[in-house]
Design a binder for this molecule. Structure first.
Ligand code: ZN
Length: 346
């Protein structure tokens, strides 16, 4: 009895120690696991200052497209890699861009890979990921109808090139200036997070890139507006102040899938009103914006990333969608030449 009563607490102590060790290790393990989750959840880009100039976009795009279309180009250039390398040289400020810097880079790339050239550049990965989020689906393979020179028929050609379109349809005039960050008068103090393209009411507006209509309808700032998310989820294209009474292309609704160059709506002057279908904008224009989304927590939050699209618009003047009035009753327009990129089949 005496011995037994001594044994029991001893066993208890051993069991207690084992339990304490178990609980402690489970706690440490789950804490470490949690820490890992927290850091990986936060491991996304929080801010992008996109100031790549139209000439830098133009020059790098040309190298990329020409090398992919040439039978015997010694180097296949990727314009996003070229831009990310230059961004490292310029500390992210393309005001310093010189064509000769790009020429020097292409000389280096004749006998060195971009991977080894950039291995010691601290911010290369950041610029590469940021610029990929902006420009990731602008250049690549696509198919498009073209007019046969000998007949009235069209045929389909397969191409590698620029496949994002200017939002203003071909043969419609517009003008703009770099107005990103200007202050706005309506509502609380806000800065301008896009580019205003001044044009005539009714000018057909086309989708810059293919994607899914995420928002469509009235917004007190944007008036009749449409928001289209790219298929990779990283870009949200915002088109606002569309035409009173007839803002959108036929049958366009939330969830609709659109192709780059499809007519989505018509330029107008709606907005700056809680009441729907009101023209409160002084000068007819399209407000165009691009929001970058690296993580869904950046949607509808104070951490939204809107980039300056002024130079993108300048660059996209190289690719415009031809449209025609396809419905005489509704006065709706459609694209003339159909188009397919990697998300669609002919
Ligand atoms: Zn605007």
């Amino acid at each position: 009895m005496f011995i037994y009563s001594f044994k029991l607490p001893k066993n208890c102590i051993i069991i207690s120690i084992v339990i304490v060790i178990l609980i402690t290790s489970i706690f440490i393990y789950s804490f470490a696991d949690n820490r890992e989750n927290i850091s990986s959840d936060n491991d996304f880009i929080k801010w992008v200052d996109f100031n790549v100039t139209a000439s830098a976009l133009q020059d790098t795009a040309k190298l990329d497209i020409d090398s992919h279309n040439s039978e015997n180009s010694p180097v296949l250039y990727n314009w996003i890699e070229l831009l990310a390398y230059l961004a490292c040289e310029y500390g992210g400020d393309f005001k310093n861009y010189k064509k000769s810097d790009l020429d020097d880079l292409t000389v280096k790339l004749q006998d060195t890979s971009i991977t080894s050239l950039t291995s010691t550049l601290k911010f290369y990965d950041y610029y590469y990921e940021s610029y990929s989020a902006v420009l990731g689906n602008f250049i690549g393979n696509y198919s498009i109808e073209i007019q046969d020179s000998s007949s009235n028929k069209t045929s389909v050609v397969h191409k590698y090139g620029l496949k994002a379109f200017l939002p203003i349809a071909k043969n419609y005039s517009f003008n703009h200036y770099d107005d990103f960050g200007n202050s706005r008068s309506y509502g609380f103090k806000r800065t301008h997070l896009g580019n205003d393209l001044m044009g005539n009411i009714g000018t057909p507006i086309v989708a810059v890139e293919s994607g899914v209509v995420e928002h469509l309808g009235w917004n007190q700032y944007g008036g009749w507006r449409v928001g289209i998310r790219s298929f990779d989820g990283k870009r949200y294209f915002y088109y606002a102040h569309l035409r009173k009474n007839h803002p959108y292309a036929e049958n366009l609704q939330e969830g609709s899938v659109v192709k780059a160059g499809d007519v989505i709506g018509y330029l107008g002057m709606t907005g700056y009103s809680i009441k729907e279908n009101v023209n409160n904008i002084n000068v007819p224009h399209l407000h165009f914006g691009i929001q970058l989304i690296f993580d869904e927590s950046q949607v509808d939050s104070p951490n939204e990333i809107w980039i300056n699209v002024y130079h993108i618009i300048e660059f996209l003047k190289n690719n415009r969608s031809t449209v025609y009035m396809s419905n005489n009753k509704t006065k709706d327009y459609s694209r003339v030449y159909d188009f397919w990129d990697n998300n669609f089949t002919e």
